[in-house]
Design a protein around this ligand. Structure first.
Ligand SMILES: Cc1cc2nc3c(=O)[nH]c(=O)nc-3n(C[C@H](O)[C@H](O)[C@H](O)COP(=O)(O)OP(=O)(O)OC[C@H]3O[C@@H](n4cnc5c(N)ncnc54)[C@H](O)[C@@H]3O)c2cc1C
Length: 380
Protein backbone atom coordinates (compact mmCIF):
# COMPACT_ATOMS: atom_id res chain seq x y z
CA UNK A 1 0.00 0.00 0.00
CA UNK A 2 1.30 3.45 -0.81
CA UNK A 3 0.57 6.45 1.42
CA UNK A 4 -1.74 7.84 -1.27
CA UNK A 5 -3.98 4.75 -1.57
CA UNK A 6 -7.57 5.44 -0.49
CA UNK A 7 -8.63 2.63 1.82
CA UNK A 8 -12.01 0.88 2.20
CA UNK A 9 -13.20 -1.91 4.47
CA UNK A 10 -15.23 -3.59 1.73
CA UNK A 11 -15.04 -3.14 -2.02
CA UNK A 12 -17.42 -4.87 -4.41
CA UNK A 13 -16.21 -4.79 -8.01
CA UNK A 14 -19.05 -5.56 -10.42
CA UNK A 15 -22.62 -4.53 -9.56
CA UNK A 16 -24.58 -7.22 -11.42
CA UNK A 17 -26.35 -10.15 -9.78
CA UNK A 18 -23.42 -11.30 -7.64
CA UNK A 19 -22.12 -7.87 -6.56
CA UNK A 20 -25.56 -6.53 -5.63
CA UNK A 21 -26.47 -9.79 -3.86
CA UNK A 22 -23.22 -9.71 -1.86
CA UNK A 23 -23.99 -6.21 -0.58
CA UNK A 24 -27.62 -7.13 0.06
CA UNK A 25 -26.65 -10.12 2.20
CA UNK A 26 -23.96 -8.16 4.08
CA UNK A 27 -26.58 -5.48 4.79
CA UNK A 28 -29.28 -7.89 5.97
CA UNK A 29 -26.71 -9.70 8.13
CA UNK A 30 -26.01 -6.33 9.79
CA UNK A 31 -22.37 -6.34 8.70
CA UNK A 32 -22.12 -2.99 6.92
CA UNK A 33 -22.62 -0.75 9.98
CA UNK A 34 -19.96 1.94 10.02
CA UNK A 35 -17.81 0.23 7.40
CA UNK A 36 -16.43 2.19 4.46
CA UNK A 37 -17.93 0.45 1.48
CA UNK A 38 -17.38 0.96 -2.25
CA UNK A 39 -19.35 -0.48 -5.17
CA UNK A 40 -17.67 -0.04 -8.52
CA UNK A 41 -19.23 -0.85 -11.89
CA UNK A 42 -19.24 1.19 -15.10
CA UNK A 43 -23.03 0.99 -15.18
CA UNK A 44 -25.93 1.02 -12.78
CA UNK A 45 -27.88 -2.12 -13.65
CA UNK A 46 -31.55 -1.35 -14.07
CA UNK A 47 -33.28 -2.96 -17.04
CA UNK A 48 -34.80 -6.33 -17.84
CA UNK A 49 -31.69 -7.90 -19.36
CA UNK A 50 -32.21 -11.41 -17.94
CA UNK A 51 -34.83 -13.61 -16.34
CA UNK A 52 -33.69 -15.79 -13.46
CA UNK A 53 -35.41 -19.10 -12.97
CA UNK A 54 -34.54 -21.50 -10.17
CA UNK A 55 -36.28 -23.81 -7.73
CA UNK A 56 -36.26 -23.82 -3.95
CA UNK A 57 -38.20 -25.12 -0.98
CA UNK A 58 -40.30 -22.61 0.94
CA UNK A 59 -39.50 -18.90 0.84
CA UNK A 60 -36.16 -17.53 -0.35
CA UNK A 61 -34.44 -14.21 0.42
CA UNK A 62 -36.10 -12.51 -2.58
CA UNK A 63 -39.54 -14.07 -2.24
CA UNK A 64 -41.43 -10.83 -2.70
CA UNK A 65 -39.70 -10.29 -6.06
CA UNK A 66 -40.90 -13.61 -7.49
CA UNK A 67 -42.79 -12.76 -10.68
CA UNK A 68 -44.39 -16.20 -11.02
CA UNK A 69 -44.04 -19.64 -9.43
CA UNK A 70 -45.07 -23.09 -10.66
CA UNK A 71 -45.67 -26.25 -8.66
CA UNK A 72 -46.07 -28.42 -11.75
CA UNK A 73 -43.60 -28.86 -14.64
CA UNK A 74 -43.45 -31.02 -17.75
CA UNK A 75 -40.57 -32.66 -19.61
CA UNK A 76 -40.88 -34.02 -23.14
CA UNK A 77 -38.88 -35.87 -25.68
CA UNK A 78 -40.13 -37.74 -28.73
CA UNK A 79 -40.87 -40.86 -26.63
CA UNK A 80 -41.69 -39.70 -23.13
CA UNK A 81 -43.86 -37.05 -21.56
CA UNK A 82 -43.48 -36.47 -17.81
CA UNK A 83 -45.71 -34.27 -15.74
CA UNK A 84 -44.15 -33.67 -12.34
CA UNK A 85 -45.55 -32.22 -9.13
CA UNK A 86 -42.65 -30.36 -7.52
CA UNK A 87 -43.73 -29.89 -3.91
CA UNK A 88 -42.00 -29.23 -1.55
CA UNK A 89 -40.11 -27.33 -4.25
CA UNK A 90 -41.49 -24.53 -6.42
CA UNK A 91 -40.04 -23.37 -9.73
CA UNK A 92 -39.73 -19.57 -9.56
CA UNK A 93 -38.86 -16.66 -11.79
CA UNK A 94 -37.42 -13.25 -10.90
CA UNK A 95 -37.10 -10.53 -13.55
CA UNK A 96 -33.77 -8.70 -13.39
CA UNK A 97 -35.36 -5.23 -13.46
CA UNK A 98 -37.33 -6.05 -10.29
CA UNK A 99 -34.17 -7.37 -8.62
CA UNK A 100 -31.89 -4.47 -9.63
CA UNK A 101 -34.54 -1.89 -8.64
CA UNK A 102 -35.20 -3.46 -5.24
CA UNK A 103 -31.57 -3.95 -4.22
CA UNK A 104 -30.38 -0.62 -5.61
CA UNK A 105 -33.10 1.22 -3.66
CA UNK A 106 -31.89 -0.43 -0.43
CA UNK A 107 -28.24 0.32 -1.19
CA UNK A 108 -29.01 3.95 -2.11
CA UNK A 109 -30.10 4.52 1.49
CA UNK A 110 -26.82 3.34 3.03
CA UNK A 111 -24.84 6.41 4.10
CA UNK A 112 -21.49 4.58 4.10
CA UNK A 113 -21.82 3.16 0.60
CA UNK A 114 -19.97 5.00 -2.14
CA UNK A 115 -20.62 4.18 -5.81
CA UNK A 116 -18.18 4.74 -8.62
CA UNK A 117 -19.28 4.29 -12.25
CA UNK A 118 -16.01 3.10 -13.72
CA UNK A 119 -13.90 -0.04 -13.93
CA UNK A 120 -11.57 -1.51 -11.33
CA UNK A 121 -8.49 -3.54 -12.27
CA UNK A 122 -4.94 -4.60 -11.34
CA UNK A 123 -6.04 -6.40 -8.17
CA UNK A 124 -3.09 -7.24 -5.95
CA UNK A 125 -3.62 -9.01 -2.62
CA UNK A 126 -0.96 -8.54 0.05
CA UNK A 127 -0.95 -9.88 3.62
CA UNK A 128 -3.73 -7.72 4.97
CA UNK A 129 -5.11 -5.68 2.03
CA UNK A 130 -6.12 -5.98 -1.59
CA UNK A 131 -4.74 -3.19 -3.77
CA UNK A 132 -6.39 -2.18 -7.04
CA UNK A 133 -6.68 0.70 -9.44
CA UNK A 134 -9.55 2.85 -10.68
CA UNK A 135 -8.97 5.39 -13.43
CA UNK A 136 -5.23 5.22 -12.86
CA UNK A 137 -5.48 5.89 -9.09
CA UNK A 138 -4.44 3.43 -6.38
CA UNK A 139 -6.94 2.11 -3.79
CA UNK A 140 -7.03 -0.66 -1.23
CA UNK A 141 -9.60 -2.76 0.60
CA UNK A 142 -9.56 -5.09 3.58
CA UNK A 143 -12.00 -7.36 1.70
CA UNK A 144 -12.56 -7.17 -2.04
CA UNK A 145 -15.36 -9.17 -3.69
CA UNK A 146 -15.06 -9.19 -7.46
CA UNK A 147 -17.56 -10.54 -9.98
CA UNK A 148 -15.71 -9.51 -13.11
CA UNK A 149 -16.16 -11.90 -16.04
CA UNK A 150 -13.53 -14.61 -16.41
CA UNK A 151 -13.51 -15.36 -20.16
CA UNK A 152 -12.62 -18.94 -21.10
CA UNK A 153 -11.66 -20.53 -24.39
CA UNK A 154 -13.03 -24.07 -24.35
CA UNK A 155 -10.09 -25.27 -26.47
CA UNK A 156 -7.71 -24.34 -23.66
CA UNK A 157 -9.73 -25.80 -20.78
CA UNK A 158 -8.48 -29.18 -19.72
CA UNK A 159 -11.84 -30.09 -18.16
CA UNK A 160 -15.25 -31.03 -19.53
CA UNK A 161 -16.72 -27.88 -21.08
CA UNK A 162 -19.94 -27.07 -22.91
CA UNK A 163 -21.42 -23.66 -23.54
CA UNK A 164 -25.09 -23.27 -22.77
CA UNK A 165 -26.22 -20.67 -25.28
CA UNK A 166 -29.79 -19.52 -25.38
CA UNK A 167 -32.30 -17.08 -26.79
CA UNK A 168 -35.82 -16.42 -25.57
CA UNK A 169 -38.94 -14.60 -26.73
CA UNK A 170 -41.57 -13.10 -24.45
CA UNK A 171 -44.73 -13.73 -26.47
CA UNK A 172 -48.29 -12.53 -26.21
CA UNK A 173 -50.86 -14.61 -28.04
CA UNK A 174 -54.31 -13.52 -29.26
CA UNK A 175 -55.97 -16.69 -27.96
CA UNK A 176 -55.69 -18.60 -24.69
CA UNK A 177 -52.66 -20.82 -25.29
CA UNK A 178 -50.75 -21.55 -22.08
CA UNK A 179 -51.49 -23.02 -18.67
CA UNK A 180 -50.03 -20.57 -16.14
CA UNK A 181 -50.01 -23.37 -13.55
CA UNK A 182 -47.51 -25.56 -15.47
CA UNK A 183 -44.05 -24.69 -16.81
CA UNK A 184 -42.36 -26.73 -19.54
CA UNK A 185 -38.99 -27.29 -17.87
CA UNK A 186 -37.28 -29.19 -20.68
CA UNK A 187 -38.95 -29.84 -24.01
CA UNK A 188 -36.66 -31.62 -26.48
CA UNK A 189 -39.13 -31.59 -29.37
CA UNK A 190 -36.75 -29.77 -31.69
CA UNK A 191 -34.12 -31.34 -33.99
CA UNK A 192 -31.15 -32.24 -31.79
CA UNK A 193 -28.48 -31.97 -34.55
CA UNK A 194 -26.12 -34.14 -32.51
CA UNK A 195 -26.30 -31.72 -29.55
CA UNK A 196 -28.49 -31.26 -26.47
CA UNK A 197 -31.22 -28.79 -27.49
CA UNK A 198 -34.35 -28.02 -25.54
CA UNK A 199 -36.99 -25.38 -24.96
CA UNK A 200 -38.39 -24.13 -21.74
CA UNK A 201 -41.70 -22.38 -21.63
CA UNK A 202 -42.62 -20.25 -18.63
CA UNK A 203 -46.27 -19.19 -18.88
CA UNK A 204 -47.22 -16.13 -16.83
CA UNK A 205 -50.86 -16.18 -17.98
CA UNK A 206 -52.95 -17.98 -20.61
CA UNK A 207 -51.68 -15.53 -23.23
CA UNK A 208 -48.19 -14.54 -22.06
CA UNK A 209 -45.08 -16.70 -21.78
CA UNK A 210 -41.32 -16.79 -22.10
CA UNK A 211 -40.34 -19.34 -24.76
CA UNK A 212 -36.60 -19.97 -24.71
CA UNK A 213 -34.29 -22.36 -26.53
CA UNK A 214 -31.13 -23.57 -24.78
CA UNK A 215 -28.37 -25.48 -26.55
CA UNK A 216 -25.45 -27.28 -24.88
CA UNK A 217 -22.64 -27.08 -27.43
CA UNK A 218 -19.55 -25.10 -28.29
CA UNK A 219 -20.93 -24.09 -31.71
CA UNK A 220 -23.18 -21.05 -31.42
CA UNK A 221 -25.97 -20.11 -33.85
CA UNK A 222 -26.77 -16.80 -35.47
CA UNK A 223 -29.66 -14.81 -33.98
CA UNK A 224 -31.72 -15.60 -37.09
CA UNK A 225 -31.11 -19.34 -36.67
CA UNK A 226 -32.34 -19.33 -33.04
CA UNK A 227 -35.36 -17.30 -34.16
CA UNK A 228 -36.26 -19.82 -36.87
CA UNK A 229 -36.14 -22.64 -34.31
CA UNK A 230 -38.26 -20.73 -31.77
CA UNK A 231 -40.87 -19.82 -34.41
CA UNK A 232 -41.09 -23.44 -35.63
CA UNK A 233 -41.37 -24.77 -32.09
CA UNK A 234 -44.22 -22.41 -31.15
CA UNK A 235 -46.10 -23.25 -34.34
CA UNK A 236 -45.66 -27.02 -33.91
CA UNK A 237 -46.48 -27.20 -30.20
CA UNK A 238 -48.36 -24.14 -28.95
CA UNK A 239 -50.27 -22.05 -31.47
CA UNK A 240 -50.83 -21.55 -35.17
CA UNK A 241 -52.54 -18.28 -34.33
CA UNK A 242 -51.03 -14.83 -34.19
CA UNK A 243 -48.77 -13.60 -31.43
CA UNK A 244 -46.39 -10.72 -30.74
CA UNK A 245 -42.83 -10.89 -29.45
CA UNK A 246 -42.69 -8.17 -26.80
CA UNK A 247 -39.14 -8.68 -25.51
CA UNK A 248 -36.15 -10.94 -26.21
CA UNK A 249 -33.18 -12.10 -24.18
CA UNK A 250 -30.06 -14.07 -25.02
CA UNK A 251 -26.91 -15.22 -23.35
CA UNK A 252 -24.27 -17.84 -22.80
CA UNK A 253 -23.26 -19.69 -19.66
CA UNK A 254 -20.09 -21.82 -19.71
CA UNK A 255 -20.85 -25.24 -18.17
CA UNK A 256 -17.52 -26.57 -16.94
CA UNK A 257 -15.68 -27.97 -13.95
CA UNK A 258 -12.73 -25.72 -14.82
CA UNK A 259 -11.08 -24.51 -11.59
CA UNK A 260 -12.19 -20.90 -11.48
CA UNK A 261 -10.20 -18.79 -9.00
CA UNK A 262 -12.04 -18.56 -5.67
CA UNK A 263 -9.86 -16.36 -3.55
CA UNK A 264 -6.39 -14.92 -3.26
CA UNK A 265 -5.93 -13.54 0.25
CA UNK A 266 -8.94 -11.33 0.89
CA UNK A 267 -9.68 -10.97 -2.84
CA UNK A 268 -12.74 -13.20 -3.14
CA UNK A 269 -14.15 -14.12 -6.54
CA UNK A 270 -17.93 -14.34 -6.81
CA UNK A 271 -20.50 -14.75 -9.59
CA UNK A 272 -19.96 -16.49 -12.90
CA UNK A 273 -16.28 -15.46 -12.89
CA UNK A 274 -15.92 -17.26 -9.55
CA UNK A 275 -17.48 -20.48 -10.83
CA UNK A 276 -21.02 -19.85 -9.52
CA UNK A 277 -22.82 -21.59 -12.41
CA UNK A 278 -23.68 -25.22 -11.67
CA UNK A 279 -21.48 -27.01 -14.21
CA UNK A 280 -24.05 -29.59 -15.29
CA UNK A 281 -27.01 -27.22 -15.69
CA UNK A 282 -25.81 -23.60 -15.88
CA UNK A 283 -28.25 -22.64 -13.11
CA UNK A 284 -26.57 -19.99 -10.97
CA UNK A 285 -29.09 -17.92 -9.02
CA UNK A 286 -29.94 -20.31 -6.18
CA UNK A 287 -26.42 -21.60 -5.47
CA UNK A 288 -25.02 -18.07 -5.62
CA UNK A 289 -27.53 -16.73 -3.06
CA UNK A 290 -26.81 -19.63 -0.71
CA UNK A 291 -23.04 -19.04 -0.99
CA UNK A 292 -23.20 -15.25 -0.57
CA UNK A 293 -25.64 -15.40 2.36
CA UNK A 294 -23.27 -17.82 4.12
CA UNK A 295 -20.21 -15.64 3.41
CA UNK A 296 -22.05 -12.53 4.63
CA UNK A 297 -22.96 -14.34 7.86
CA UNK A 298 -19.31 -15.37 8.32
CA UNK A 299 -17.83 -11.96 7.43
CA UNK A 300 -15.17 -10.86 8.36
CA UNK A 301 -13.94 -14.41 9.08
CA UNK A 302 -14.81 -15.94 5.72
CA UNK A 303 -13.29 -19.38 5.33
CA UNK A 304 -15.79 -21.26 3.15
CA UNK A 305 -16.13 -19.75 -0.34
CA UNK A 306 -17.56 -22.84 -2.08
CA UNK A 307 -20.66 -22.58 -4.24
CA UNK A 308 -21.17 -26.29 -4.95
CA UNK A 309 -20.08 -29.23 -2.77
CA UNK A 310 -16.93 -30.92 -4.10
CA UNK A 311 -18.65 -34.27 -4.65
CA UNK A 312 -21.20 -32.52 -6.89
CA UNK A 313 -18.40 -31.16 -9.04
CA UNK A 314 -17.31 -34.75 -9.60
CA UNK A 315 -20.86 -35.77 -10.56
CA UNK A 316 -20.96 -32.76 -12.88
CA UNK A 317 -17.68 -33.64 -14.56
CA UNK A 318 -19.14 -37.11 -15.18
CA UNK A 319 -22.41 -35.78 -16.59
CA UNK A 320 -20.73 -33.15 -18.75
CA UNK A 321 -18.26 -35.67 -20.15
CA UNK A 322 -21.14 -38.01 -21.04
CA UNK A 323 -22.97 -35.18 -22.82
CA UNK A 324 -19.87 -33.77 -24.50
CA UNK A 325 -18.82 -37.16 -25.86
CA UNK A 326 -22.44 -38.08 -26.67
CA UNK A 327 -22.21 -41.33 -24.71
CA UNK A 328 -25.88 -40.72 -23.92
CA UNK A 329 -28.27 -38.25 -25.51
CA UNK A 330 -29.28 -35.33 -23.28
CA UNK A 331 -32.90 -35.76 -24.32
CA UNK A 332 -32.95 -39.30 -22.85
CA UNK A 333 -30.82 -38.58 -19.84
CA UNK A 334 -32.70 -35.62 -18.36
CA UNK A 335 -36.22 -36.80 -19.14
CA UNK A 336 -35.53 -40.28 -17.78
CA UNK A 337 -34.10 -38.84 -14.55
CA UNK A 338 -37.46 -37.17 -13.89
CA UNK A 339 -39.44 -40.17 -15.18
CA UNK A 340 -37.65 -42.64 -12.89
CA UNK A 341 -37.25 -40.57 -9.70
CA UNK A 342 -39.44 -38.43 -7.47
CA UNK A 343 -38.93 -34.85 -8.81
CA UNK A 344 -37.88 -33.60 -5.35
CA UNK A 345 -34.95 -36.05 -5.41
CA UNK A 346 -33.73 -34.74 -8.79
CA UNK A 347 -34.18 -31.10 -7.79
CA UNK A 348 -32.35 -31.61 -4.47
CA UNK A 349 -29.51 -33.19 -6.42
CA UNK A 350 -29.34 -30.36 -8.96
CA UNK A 351 -29.35 -27.76 -6.16
CA UNK A 352 -26.43 -29.55 -4.50
CA UNK A 353 -28.45 -30.28 -1.36
CA UNK A 354 -29.09 -34.03 -1.71
CA UNK A 355 -27.99 -36.71 0.74
CA UNK A 356 -25.62 -39.50 -0.29
CA UNK A 357 -28.54 -41.92 -0.04
CA UNK A 358 -30.60 -39.81 -2.49
CA UNK A 359 -27.62 -39.62 -4.84
CA UNK A 360 -27.12 -43.39 -4.82
CA UNK A 361 -30.80 -43.98 -5.52
CA UNK A 362 -30.71 -41.46 -8.33
CA UNK A 363 -27.64 -43.03 -9.90
CA UNK A 364 -29.23 -46.47 -9.73
CA UNK A 365 -31.82 -45.19 -12.24
CA UNK A 366 -29.18 -44.17 -14.82
CA UNK A 367 -27.30 -46.46 -17.25
CA UNK A 368 -24.89 -47.61 -14.56
CA UNK A 369 -22.15 -48.88 -16.89
CA UNK A 370 -21.74 -45.55 -18.70
CA UNK A 371 -21.94 -43.48 -15.51
CA UNK A 372 -19.70 -45.82 -13.53
CA UNK A 373 -16.88 -45.92 -16.08
CA UNK A 374 -17.02 -42.15 -16.74
CA UNK A 375 -17.16 -41.40 -13.00
CA UNK A 376 -14.04 -43.48 -12.38
CA UNK A 377 -12.27 -41.75 -15.28
CA UNK A 378 -13.08 -38.28 -13.88
CA UNK A 379 -12.13 -39.37 -10.37
CA UNK A 380 -8.72 -40.49 -11.61
C1 LIG B 1 -29.96 -13.71 -20.43
C2 LIG B 1 -29.51 -14.52 -19.24
C3 LIG B 1 -30.41 -15.34 -18.59
C4 LIG B 1 -30.00 -16.10 -17.48
N1 LIG B 1 -30.93 -16.88 -16.86
C5 LIG B 1 -30.57 -17.57 -15.76
C6 LIG B 1 -31.55 -18.35 -15.06
O1 LIG B 1 -32.70 -18.46 -15.48
N2 LIG B 1 -31.18 -18.99 -13.91
C7 LIG B 1 -29.91 -18.89 -13.41
O2 LIG B 1 -29.65 -19.46 -12.35
N3 LIG B 1 -28.95 -18.20 -14.09
C8 LIG B 1 -29.24 -17.54 -15.23
N4 LIG B 1 -28.29 -16.80 -15.90
C9 LIG B 1 -26.88 -16.92 -15.44
C10 LIG B 1 -26.47 -15.96 -14.29
O3 LIG B 1 -27.40 -16.04 -13.23
C11 LIG B 1 -26.36 -14.52 -14.76
O4 LIG B 1 -25.45 -14.42 -15.83
C12 LIG B 1 -25.92 -13.56 -13.65
O5 LIG B 1 -26.20 -12.26 -14.06
C13 LIG B 1 -24.43 -13.69 -13.31
O6 LIG B 1 -24.11 -12.76 -12.33
P1 LIG B 1 -22.68 -12.07 -12.22
O7 LIG B 1 -22.76 -11.07 -11.15
O8 LIG B 1 -21.63 -13.11 -12.19
O9 LIG B 1 -22.48 -11.33 -13.63
P2 LIG B 1 -23.21 -9.95 -14.17
O10 LIG B 1 -24.59 -9.96 -13.61
O11 LIG B 1 -23.00 -9.99 -15.60
O12 LIG B 1 -22.38 -8.82 -13.44
C14 LIG B 1 -21.02 -8.54 -13.73
C15 LIG B 1 -20.83 -7.02 -13.58
O13 LIG B 1 -19.43 -6.71 -13.64
C16 LIG B 1 -19.29 -5.44 -14.24
N5 LIG B 1 -17.89 -5.30 -14.65
C17 LIG B 1 -17.25 -5.90 -15.67
N6 LIG B 1 -15.95 -5.54 -15.69
C18 LIG B 1 -15.77 -4.69 -14.64
C19 LIG B 1 -14.64 -3.99 -14.11
N7 LIG B 1 -13.41 -4.10 -14.66
N8 LIG B 1 -14.81 -3.23 -13.01
C20 LIG B 1 -16.04 -3.13 -12.42
N9 LIG B 1 -17.13 -3.76 -12.88
C21 LIG B 1 -17.00 -4.54 -13.98
C22 LIG B 1 -20.31 -5.50 -15.38
O14 LIG B 1 -20.65 -4.19 -15.82
C23 LIG B 1 -21.48 -6.22 -14.70
O15 LIG B 1 -22.43 -5.32 -14.16
C24 LIG B 1 -28.65 -16.05 -17.02
C25 LIG B 1 -27.74 -15.25 -17.72
C26 LIG B 1 -28.15 -14.49 -18.81
C27 LIG B 1 -27.13 -13.66 -19.54
Amino acid sequence: MTDTDTDYDIVVAGGGLAGLSMLYHLHTAGKLGEKRVLLVDPERKEGHDRTWSFWEKGEGPFEKLVHHRWHQVTLHNGNTHCSCALRPYAYKVILSNDFYGYVNRILDKLPNLERRFTTADQFLPTDDKVHFRMQGEGYSATHLFSSLPHPLDYREVNQPYLDQHFRGWFVETDEDTFDPGTAAMMDFRTPQEGETRFFYVLPFSQRRALVEIAIFSNDHLTTEAYDVLIGEYIRANWTRGTYRVTHTEAGNIPMTTYGYPRRRGNHIYIGLGGGAARPSTGYTFYGLQRQLARMARDYPDITDTRVWPEKHLLYDATLLRILQERKLAGEELFVNLFRDNPPARVLAFLNGESSLWQELRLMATTPVGVFGSTFVRELL
